[in-house]
Design a protein around this ligand. Sequence first.
Ligand code: GUN
Ligand code: FE
Length: 422
Amino acid sequence: MIVKGNLIDCDKNGTIRIRENTYLIVESGIISKIYSEDEIPNSLKNEKIEDYKNALIIPGLIDMHLHAPQFSFRGLGMDMELLDWLNTYTFPEETKYKNMDYAKKAYPKFVKALTNSFTTRAVIFSTLHKEATVLLMDMLEKTGLKCFVGKVNMDRNSSGELIETTSESIDATREWLNTCKNRYKNTKPIITPRFIPSCSDELMKELGEIRGDTYGLQSHLSENPKEVEWVRDLCPDSDGYLDAYDKRGCLNKSDIGTVMAHCVYSDEKEMELLKKRDVYVAHCPQSNICLSSGIAPIRKFLDRGIKVGLGSDIAAGYSLNILNQAVEAIGLSKLYWRYIDSNSKPLELAEAFAMATRNSGPYFGNIGAFEEGFEADILVIDDEALNDGVDDIRKRFERFLYLSDECSLISKYVAGEKIIIS
Ligand code: GUN
Ligand code: FE
């Protein structure tokens, strides 16, 4: 396959790179060569070229944290903080996925919206229900998107029926992992303890064992002041929230890494451990605003070389559009700089774009930029509605980042496969 157009991505130094009228040669899903108009060999010029002319072409975006079953109640309860919101809206809604008829009605809406979004790769929570989780994975598999999906574990401090015993949780996780074996090409299981308050020490330790060196792990970390205080009470043996995961053996080095959502209240010691355990931080700015959680110290993470990507955190965040998250991340970083720490300079546009693309790319492989050897995750954008009279690509790109909801997605490729958008 050959795709031609105006390529915009981040280079490895985090600078926005613009290559106009440039050819991407894609073989077996991988970008094998990149040619400018001057360089393209004549032999290739005669091949079929997908020429996107004046459109903008960017790498596929990565959503490092979201909850598929929560798509159905986005926008509700946004006047609450985390723990009340979980008990009032989230747990009752997630309970419904025990019923497969409900899951069969609800999940297609989420899957369709994700397919039509700018996201090509995602790290997703389902619910604790094994059957509905497999249904979600089967549906995602068919879209061509590449996702990690986790059956959630929770054996304490829940409400109503949304709870497992410790042994049920462990057995169901093993069975689910068995079901997933050899079933998928695009979809991968990921170990998913909801957060420390939901998982007993025994369960956490067993999940660490199951993880071994085979599976990735996702969870929540230091999101809200009351939650952080609760974890301190629950884990008197631990020197902080991330240390509680570590002491229970959840952060052992695996071939696939660990993703922790939020990290709003991570202090120096926690940052050190985030770095040491090579954790990916999923920054979820819209969620942190909506649940009044606070402002994560993203500049400090970046200064320390901690990996930071973006998460929509549906439904604590309401928008699946990762560019909206990128823009909110910039906004929050300005408030952090103005009100909290004048040494933490605001995020630049390029840094926010890198957080949406190449920062978390390595979680999935060689992903997140247009470079030889990278998988061909490509978005083709029509920004016609915005670019009246503007022909400078950099300016068009800046406006697109802020106003992407007014633009349309012409084509979407994941590892070179064209995704059917509807
Ligand atoms: N912490 C534990 N569960 C959740 C959840 O579903 N959403 C968010 N934002 N935080 C959590
Ligand atoms: Fe979350």
